[in-house]
Design a protein around this ligand. Sequence first.
Ligand code: DGL
Length: 266
Amino acid sequence: MSYFSKNNPIGIFDSGIGGTSIWKEINVLLPHENTIYLSDSINAPYGQKTKEEILRLSIKNTEYLIKEKCKIIVVACNTATTNAIKYLRKNYDIPFIGIEPAIKPASIQTKTNTIGILATKGTLNSELFEKTSSTISDTINIIEQIGEGLVELIEAGKIASQEMESLLKIHLQPMLDQKIDCLVLGCTHYPYLTKSIRKIVGNSIKIIDSGEAVARQTKNILVKRNLLRLKDSKSPFFYFYTNKDKKILEDILKDTSPTHIEKIDF
Ligand code: DGL
């Protein structure tokens, strides 16, 4: 028996503002859900940290969201999912939804049998990613690329900068040289770079991320547990908390209608 009600919020966390790309997908599919988003920007990027550090930060975020009485937690971070979700599921009595790079869908869509994956060092070096990639690597050539520096620039509000374009060119060229036809965005910050990436890779390469799939999975689990919040006379709340610069979070959410954005310590 679940001790949560439908009105309890969905908790979502990421190392920073990137997971808002997942929040947006969830909000499109589940517009009546109350949500609390945690942007651990003070500790970004997670991708360069050790597994132990990523685990410690994931526990800290999880415990905050549990304290806020969230009914489900979406780990809107590939790096945290691939390094910590196994531990979280084992140690906390709450459903977790994780996000992993969509290399399996890419392996189905590729015609050249060569796919590229852009992700953090923490994700690409994780056991979980190794395991998933080993299931397709017999037939598919996977070109891995660490997106070094990309998260830092996004967190600094430099999404559409010359610096970003130059860095993206450096990261994407090796994959273009190897003739990939699918590019997997393996970090929740990267959907914000799709426009710039498209400019560099052209129109023939498919760009794939896992955002929609995560939203669908969140809905499935809520339905299964009878926790889905439907339209109600009371409007839903969308709270966003960051432990760093509030302005960056406000900017990334300007096309949405957050109820409340606040800088707090967590
Ligand atoms: N947004 C993150 C991810 O999906 C983490 C990036 C980072 O902090 O390095 O991997």
